[in-house]
Design a protein around this ligand. Structure first.
Ligand code: NAD
Ligand code: DAU
Length: 332
């Protein structure tokens, strides 16, 4: 099978490519990636050029997509602007990539008659005070990021309903693991703790996220790609829910730092309080998350400790300016 993996140089997309090719050595992957600040060729290191081809390009560019999809049997779309805080400052880029780009990919898949799997997020449902969202829950996105992801999902639905396109959606909860950009809470807290920098906690820190180890989400994506029904949505939630403050405390413990590094900062605008996914539909297809949060977090901390070669260039580059604008203080 030859798969077009859009956004395959990012955090989850690259984990998916590594996992897919390890499990299916006969497959080929073509990665289409714009290589934004979040996409890195380093993320695909260690893979054979016979198996992976990297095409640098924008999913919103129809000519580029039409060339990239040639000879592929399926599209898995990870390509997106993915960070909620950035969407609050620059929503236009999110609409362009996450809505229009998803449409361009879907058009190409429809024209070729191949499967299109849209990788989406629990954030499209909004916040839930108790219980868990099912696939039938109403979409109530809160941020420009989640609204643009919901837009992409709805176009998938319409393409199946109207044209009978072989298109479907998988929605994941908060992923964590190796090669995640330090703009996101877990790698940010790990790297700040290792450096002895304060760790910014938004508001009261009591927001709850449903954490899933990235390899478990990638396994869910494969199950949906292979056994999911066209037109359907599948939730893939992690096995553990934690308050942000408890995530940060666990990282301080694993890095041997004390709680004096915790720094309460202004809350995120429109901040969702809690996410929680029911994954019963995916369980019926045989999927189960395997990595509990404590074990996955320890593995993740070890990976960042051992891979300064990966994060060093990020932490000393443009990210420093982003961090200063976002948090009003410099990194050490
Ligand atoms: P990421 O920001 O690490 O990676 C995104 C990738 O997409 C990068 O390689 C980037 O270069 C590429 N990209 C961005 N705009 C592009 C464009 N216009 N054309 C081509 N490539 C483009 O994101 P991630 O955390 O790996 O998330 C991947 C997908 O999974 C996203 O669609 C996101 O919404 C979804 N998701 C993420 C999480 C999470 O916790 N990180 C959870 C559920 C779903
Ligand atoms: O739920 C899935 C989503 O998870 C994905 O769709 C998104 O692409 C991904 O970025 C993630 O979104 P969140 O906003 O939940 O993740 P983030 O790591 O940005 O923040 C996690 C929580 O931690 C959230 O409640 C905000 C809080 N936070 C975040 C940062 C960066 C802080 O308290 N301090 C911080 O510095």
């Amino acid at each position: 099978m030859r798969i077009l993996v859009a956004g395959g140089a990012g955090f989850i997309g690259s984990a998916y490519v590594h996992r897919r090719l390890a499990a299916h050595p006969g497959d080929e992957v073509r990665v289409l990636d714009k290589l934004t600040y979040a996409g890195r060729t380093e993320n695909l290191e260690g893979l054979s050029r016979d198996q992976v081809e990297l095409v640098e390009g924008d999913i919103a560019d129809a000519d580029m997509v039409s060339g990239a999809v040639e000879g592929c049997d399926a599209i898995v779309n990870f390509a997106a602007e993915s960070h909620v805080d950035r969407s609050i400052h620059s929503p236009g880029e999110f609409i362009q990539t996450d809505v229009f780009g998803a449409f361009v990919l879907l058009e190409a898949a429809r024209e070729k008659g191949i499967r299109h799997l849209q990788v989406s997020t629990d954030e499209v449902y909004g916040s839930i005070p108790s219980g868990s969202f099912t696939e039938a829950s109403t979409l109530q996105p809160s941020s420009p990021y989640s609204a643009s992801k919901a837009g992409g999902d709805l176009i998938v639905r319409a393409y199946h309903h109207t044209y009978g396109a072989d298109a479907l959606v998988v929605r994941g909860s908060n992923n964590y693991g190796r090669r995640q950009h330090p703009e996101k809470l877990i790698p940010l807290a790990i790297l700040n703790a290792l450096a002895g920098d304060p760790i910014p906690v938004y508001g009261d820190g009591l927001q709850v996220r449903n954490w899933i180890f990235v390899d478990d989400f990638c396994a869910a994506i494969d199950v949906v790609l292979e056994r999911g029904q066209a037109g359907e949505v599948y939730n893939a939630g992690g096995p553990d829910e934690l308050r942000n403050i408890d995530v940060v405390k666990a990282i301080l413990e694993l890095t041997g730092r004390d709680e004096s590094l915790i720094q309460q900062v202004s809350d995120r605008l429109g901040h969702d309080r809690r996410y929680s996914l029911s994954s019963d539909r995916l369980r019926e297809l045989g999927w189960e998350p395997e990595v509990r949060f404590d074990a996955g977090l320890a593995r993740t901390v070890d990976w960042y400790r051992e891979n300064e070669g990966w994060w060093g260039p990020i932490r000393s580059g443009e990210y420093r300016d982003y961090y200063e604008r976002q948090y009003g203080r410099a990194l050490s």
